[in-house]
Design a protein around this ligand. Structure first.
Ligand code: GLU
Length: 335
């Protein structure tokens, strides 16, 4: 009887130990499973520097930020306004931003260490995707009598903000007419938002602005004042294309803005989303994938987003593509 009791106690004990083990194992496994599945991915705080709030860079960056967070909630992209392309490249170069909206001509000068980047080459600049056409807008008040670039001599002109890509385009365009900023009555280097106010108040006669068609600044002016779009003559368009990289010939159609009654010749460059080699491949991959795989949110966020697709992502790309973005393009069979 005693032996039986001992046997039963031992059996029970062994059984309980086994149970305990099993329970512990189960717990351990479920903690692991739960931990693996439920642990939120690490939040990554990034910034994108854009342009003036009445341009395209700024509102489009907001749309990009929202749609990336929609796909990867752990990627929080803070949007900041800035002087524009040149400022954004410098911020990338100094590690002060993670992403920047830039013109493809400016990105090229940075990567090759030419033009304004002579002596300050930035080989680490990388492309995520090119975006849409940025058109050189030259507008003048109708009452100013300005009809051609030559007529800008002696006039008060907004030539582009400090740190903008616009300012370089202005310099090059004036150059094809044998002019410099010195030939203008006054060269204002203010943001497009300020230039718009100056124009409306009659403090300046003309504005140069390299930006997507339909930007808020020029649209606003066209609705409130009588403006004319100043053409770049064909010979000057050809000269720009032949002498510099990345200019293409284009035309404003006659209904581009209120008050435009006939097609107007000009040139365009391309906007792109840039980063640097500091960005990890995983982050660049995710941003690229998010941009092209859930486009509804992005298209709702800004009309310009409809102008770029994964098929056009590498068209006009003027710097090496980030490895992480390239991984995505290879996956979808883009070369
Ligand atoms: N392309 C302009 C520049 O860098 C900025 C345009 C925009 O903000 O939409 O000068």
């Amino acid at each position: 009887m005693f032996k039986i009791k001992i046997f039963l106690i031992l059996t029970l004990a062994v059984f309980c130990i086994a149970c305990g083990d099993k329970k512990e194992q189960t717990q351990a496994t479920s903690t692991q499973t739960e931990g693996g599945a439920k642990e939120p991915p690490k939040t990554e705080f990034l910034s994108i520097t854009s342009g003036s709030i009445t341009g395209i860079y700024y509102p489009l960056s907001n749309a990009i930020s929202k749609s990336v967070a929609n796909v990867f909630p752990e990627l929080k992209i803070n949007v900041e306004s800035s002087g524009g392309s040149v400022a954004n490249i410098k911020l990338l170069q100094n590690g002060d931003t993670d992403l920047g909206m830039v013109q493809n001509d400016i990105a090229y000068y940075a990567h090759s260490g030419t033009n304004m980047f002579e002596g300050q080459q930035f080989q680490g600049v990388r492309g995520i995707t090119t975006l849409y056409s940025e058109i050189v807008h030259i507008i003048a008040r109708k009452s100013s009598g300005i009809k051609s670039v030559k007529d800008l001599k002696g006039k008060r002109v907004s030539v582009g903000a400090a740190g903008s890509g616009t300012s370089l385009n202005t310099e090059m365009i004036l150059g094809t007419y044998g002019m410099t900023f010195e030939d203008l009555g006054r060269a204002e280097r203010v943001s497009i938002t300020q230039a718009t106010d100056f124009f409306k108040d009659g403090k300046i006669d003309a504005i140069f602005y390299t930006a997507g068609l339909g930007n808020a600044a020029i649209t606003d002016i066209s609705l409130l004042t009588d403006l004319v779009l100043i053409p770049i003559d064909q010979i000057n368009v050809n000269y720009l294309i032949d002498s510099y990289n990345f200019y293409t010939a284009t035309e404003f159609t006659k209904d581009a803005y209120k008050g435009v009654n006939e097609p107007v010749k000009t040139v365009a460059v391309k906007a792109m989303l840039a980063t640097s080699t500091n960005m990890t491949n995983q982050t660049a991959y995710r941003i690229t994938k998010a941009l092209f795989e859930q486009t509804d949110e992005l298209h709702k966020g800004h009309a310009k987003a409809k102008e770029f697709t994964k098929e056009t992502a590498l068209q006009g790309m003027s710097v090496p593509v980030h490895e992480g973005a390239m991984k995505y393009y290879k996956e979808i069979g883009l070369k």
